[in-house]
Design a protein around this ligand. Structure first.
Ligand SMILES: Nc1ncnc2c1ncn2[C@@H]1O[C@H](COP(=O)(O)OP(=O)(O)O)[C@@H](O)[C@H]1O
Ligand SMILES: [Mg+2]
Length: 257
């Protein structure tokens, strides 16, 4: 059975960095095959992973819409087969994992038929992997529209501020409104200076019944890598951010089967 891990939270909290290192953790520890899905229209998971990206599902959707409205035949294929083929072409294959970037969301003129086919095609593709790791855009509003698959583990990322935790709790509450079933929701507080969180922050976490999985330190190397355009997966083993995240992931006892 495929297990799905989704990373959510406000913009700039560290979702992409956490998603990329989670993928790297699963690959390095031979936990099984991994499909990485970049569900953020700004598509930067590939940069964090250090892999090239040539097209997105958004490109495929638009191309299909154009072809369909022009009435051109799809090379003798049904549109289902055609979209399956194009999704496979958009898939970036790497040793240990594959990456699919969703790209731009559907525009105001919803090409709903293509979206539905795309969704079921991506779901079918996902089922071929042991793990699916989804890097989401800020918020969760689009999770249901992107995929019908259930999420086993939702990691909500926050900065160590009161406002950040309140935003994270709203994301966690949104889960109940999704069509998607979510197994476990965990809070990760990122960019923490020192060992502990301020009392007000801890109290707010308790009040909102958020399950704190762990904290990740502020780590200047993370920012340096970003500034220099170096993939975060190349972060040294001893980097505090990497070490702390690996300890958190180890505590989840992620086993594919
Ligand atoms: N623990 C950390 N210490 C220092 N910088 C961090 C840390 N986590 C994230 N950053 C930096 O914050 C910025 C946003 O991180 P990113 O992972 O892209 O967040 P998101 O995907 O939520 O927008 C990046 O410049 C990243 O390098
Ligand atoms: Mg991001």
């Amino acid at each position: 059975m495929t297990k799905t891990i989704a990373v959510a939270g406000k913009g700039g909290t560290g979702k992409t960095s956490i998603a990329a290192l989670t993928i790297d953790y699963l690959v390095r520890n031979k936990k099984g095959t991994v499909l990485a899905i970049d569900a953020d229209p700004s598509t930067n998971l590939n940069l964090a992973l250090g892999v090239p990206l040539t097209e997105t599902i958004g490109d495929v959707r638009e191309e299909t819409a154009t072809i369909a409205s022009s009435g051109r035949p799809l090379g003798g294929m049904s549109k289902w087969d055609y979209l399956d083929l194009r999704i496979n072409e958009a898939l970036v294959e790497q040793p240990g994992f594959d990456l699919l970037a969703m790209g731009r969301p559907e525009g105001p003129g919803c090409y709903c038929a293509a979206n539905n086919i795309l969704r079921s095609s991506i779901d079918r593709l996902s089922n071929a992997y042991d793990w699916v790791v989804i890097d989401n855009e800020a918020g969760l509003e689009h999770l249901s529209r992107r995929t019908t698959r259930d999420v086993d583990i939702l990691l909500v990322v926050s900065d160590p501020t009161l406002r950040g935790i309140l935003a994270a709790s709203r994301v966690a509450e949104l889960v109940n409104e999704l069509r998607t079933a979510v197994g476990a929701v965990y809070l990760i507080v990122n960019r923490v200076n020192g060992q502990t969180l301020p009392d007000t922050v801890l109290r707010t976490i308790e009040e909102h019944r958020l399950q704190l999985l762990g904290v990740l330190p502020f780590d200047p190397t993370v920012g340096e890598f970003d500034a220099e355009g170096k993939p975060i997966v190349q972060l040294p083993a001893e980097a505090p951010f990497r070490r702390s995240l690996e300890a958190i992931l180890a505590s989840l006892k992620l086993d594919g089967h």
